[in-house]
Design a protein around this ligand. Structure first.
Ligand SMILES: Nc1ncnc2c1ncn2[C@@H]1O[C@H](COP(=O)(O)OP(=O)(O)O)[C@@H](O)[C@H]1O
Ligand SMILES: Nc1ccn([C@@H]2O[C@H](COP(=O)(O)O)[C@@H](O)[C@H]2O)c(=O)n1
Length: 338
């Protein structure tokens, strides 16, 4: 019999013909490595599919947001705005630029021929290692890159601490599937190419030690072709596309609101480690809306409240039954029961 995910059971419980949960249809699956006492229990009792939906409902890891887009599209500006608006949470920003490979002496001699917009220009292995550590709650030392001499600063690093939210920003952060798959949310900043070029000329001449002709030469030879070959094709992976970057306050507000909602669940589960948050579905949200409607009829109020209460009770029975089974297995293993 195919395994049922917790989501499917919830969905069925909230559906039109609910008549209670059939717990016997949920079977035990093999244990996986636990990361905390509460997740240890959950990971022993739920199928991989159910475990992942439980994890989605009760995230334990930092929330990782990827922000991509062409050069000077406003990625950093958008990230700064998100960080500012999430001021009540711990948020850190990691730039893909920090992982540029430093040029060798030979490459430096012909810097005008070097393609900084190709994926090979980045040390993606190191980026992955850093992001993996941050995702698992460890702090990391991120290299500091100098755009003027195209090298990393050899003595100093930037210490990035473990946080609730990690934002990874860069032109090619959606290109590598392993990096992409670490992300919980992907944002693409979509700004007109003319505007980006104008901003890039100003920024690179003012901040990155370039002159106008070298910026234009590099743009035509490498930046634009690489945008067409690598950056633009990765736009399809985005969950959200922000036209006009930092000027788009509505999009940024919506994104911040979404992150806050996710972090709300996160906080709840951090405070109460044995809390299981039932994943919200269209039906559950619908029933909540109906029972909050001041004009709802009494029979409808009773009907939908009853369904929601049954859902909560059925879920707790589901978990307590499983805990009893596990405790029995543990007791047998310890030789306390035969
Ligand atoms: N909405 C905007 N209006 C005007 N200038 C902007 C805007 N967004 C960014 N800039 C400027 O454009 C340049 C590039 O922006 P930045 O956010 O650093 O882009 P990216 O990180 O995509 O390279 C910076 O000098 C920044 O001040
Ligand atoms: N030494 C370097 C390294 C990178 N670049 C350019 O930077 C761009 C990416 O940074 P954004 O802040 O614009 O996203 C990229 O297009 C490279 O061409 C450089 O010029 N010199």
């Amino acid at each position: 019999m195919p395994e049922k995910s917790m989501d499917e059971v919830m969905e069925a419980a909230a559906g039109a013909h609910f008549s209670g949960l059939r717990l016997d249809s949920l079977r035990l699956s093999s244990p996986s490595t636990p990361s905390s006492p509460s997740s240890a229990r959950a990971s022993q009792v739920l199928s991989p599919e159910s475990a992942s939906s439980a994890a989605a409902a009760a995230p334990r890891q930092p929330f990782l947001i990827g922000v991509s887009g062409g050069t000077a599209s406003g990625k950093t500006t958008v990230c700064d705005m998100i960080i500012q608006q999430l001021h009540d949470h711990r948020v850190v920003l990691v730039n893909q630029d920090s992982f540029y490979r430093g040029l060798t002496a030979e490459e430096s001699k012909h810097v005008q021929d070097y393609n900084f917009d190709h994926p090979d220009a980045f040390d993606t292995e190191q980026l992955l290692e850093c992001m993996g550590k941050l995702k698992s709650g460890h702090s990391v030392n991120v290299p500091i890159y100098d755009f003027k001499n195209h090298r990393r600063c050899s003595e100093s690093f930037r210490k990035v601490n473990a946080s609730d939210v990690i934002i990874l920003e860069g032109i090619l952060v959606f290109h590598d599937p392993q990096v992409r798959n670490l992300m919980d949310m992907k944002i693409f900043v979509d700004t007109d190419a003319d505007i980006r070029l104008a901003r890039r000329i100003r920024r690179d001449t003012v901040e990155r030690g370039r002159d106008v002709s070298s910026v234009l030469e590099q743009y035509g030879r490498f930046v634009k072709p690489a945008f067409d070959d690598f950056v633009l094709p990765s736009k399809k992976y985005a969950d959200v596309i922000i036209p006009r970057g930092g000027d788009n306050h509505v999009a940024i507000d919506l994104i911040v609101q979404h992150i806050r909602t996710k972090l709300g669940l996160h906080d709840l589960c951090k405070i109460y480690t044995n809390v299981y948050v039932i994943q919200s579905t269209f039906q559950i949200r619908g029933m909540h809306t109906l029972i909050r409607d001041r004009d709802i009829t009494t029979p409808d109020f009773v009907f939908y409240s009853d369904r929601l209460i049954r859902l909560v009770i059925s879920t707790s029975i589901f978990f307590s039954n499983l805990w009893i089974q596990i405790d029995t297995i543990t007791a047998m293993k310890l030789g306390l029961l035969s």
